[in-house]
Design a protein around this ligand. Sequence first.
Ligand SMILES: Nc1ncnc2c1ncn2[C@@H]1O[C@H](COP(=O)(O)OP(=O)(O)OP(=O)(O)O)[C@@H](O)[C@H]1O
Ligand SMILES: [Mg+2]
Length: 338
Amino acid sequence: MITKKQVIEGLEMVLVPGVMRSVVKMNLVRNVNIADGKIDIALASAALAPGTQDWLKEKIKDATGKLAGVSEVSVSFVDGKPKDLNEIDNVIAVMSGKGGVGKSLVASLAAVAFTRCGYEVGILDADITGPSIPKMFGIVDRPGGSDTGMLPVTSRLGIEIMSINLLLPSEDDAVIWRGPLIGRAITQFWEEVLWGKLDYLVVDLPPGTADAPLIVMQSLPISGVLIVFTPQDLTAMVVRKAINMARQMGKPILGVVENMSYLYIPEIDKKVELFGKSRGNEMAKAAHAPLLGQLPIDPELAKLCDEGNIERYDSEIMNQLVESLSQVLIPHEVGKHD
Ligand SMILES: Nc1ncnc2c1ncn2[C@@H]1O[C@H](COP(=O)(O)OP(=O)(O)OP(=O)(O)O)[C@@H](O)[C@H]1O
Ligand SMILES: [Mg+2]
């Protein structure tokens, strides 16, 4: 007797081209029916180009047809929209109010650390006019898709990424858009991208408290906000605005992260506070949230970002940060997305 479990295990081997995640993890499997050795599998067609559908059909027949006792496999496609298929347990927005403090860096490192813990992770780059995520991950591939949606691009470690930079003809092209169009792009990244099943989606926000952060807060089911800052006077003032904004929008602040907290000089075994005294505890108090980490200025990290190799950076501080976050933002069913 063939079981549904066996069929699903077979389908877990079938990867969606471009995303390189299985049809199961992309939540495309809509129905599996088994009767007298005959298997009928219905897959959602969302974001799958006709050529991709044909390719998947063959791969699925190969993967399940060889199970003992199977006489026939038929694969059909049914309509489905990405937003109806996406099952994202937690959405974390990374914000600051201030530019250049390391939001994209913290968003990326958090996604990397979550992935290393075995979670399924995506990054939505909501910085439409200054996207930097693809560069940090060294991603140049264009997203696949069809007229029913887009597929994210997967990083080397397996993080799903969607950014406006991946859609532009050239990565140096400027996006000169006004608020409403930016808002439209962000909501499209949420509703029309097939993310599939994810434990964590990290949203990298642009600086400021204007249109884009507002749209993200209003239209995405944000589980919580991470606030990033550097130890400078001006930053502290602007960051308080971001804290107030998150609070006004009723979004819980998960914690604060101080970036460029100090520079460690190994020759003299000293930490130099280049940008002034740490404000970690002060900002944590202002946010009524824990200080989740203090990242040093690390020339090696800057180099890896420039080279598109951020995934090679292993930070104990970030590992501890995601450990704390995963205790507050628990995936709905532990191991569900394994
Ligand atoms: N702790 C750090 N050590 C070394 N380099 C860092 C560190 N934090 C950030 N950088 C470097 O500073 C630059 C700016 O960081 P990042 O892009 O993350 O800032 P941001 O807040 O997202 O900026 P924007 O407001 O433009 O979106 C990056 O190129 C990164 O390489
Ligand atoms: Mg950024």
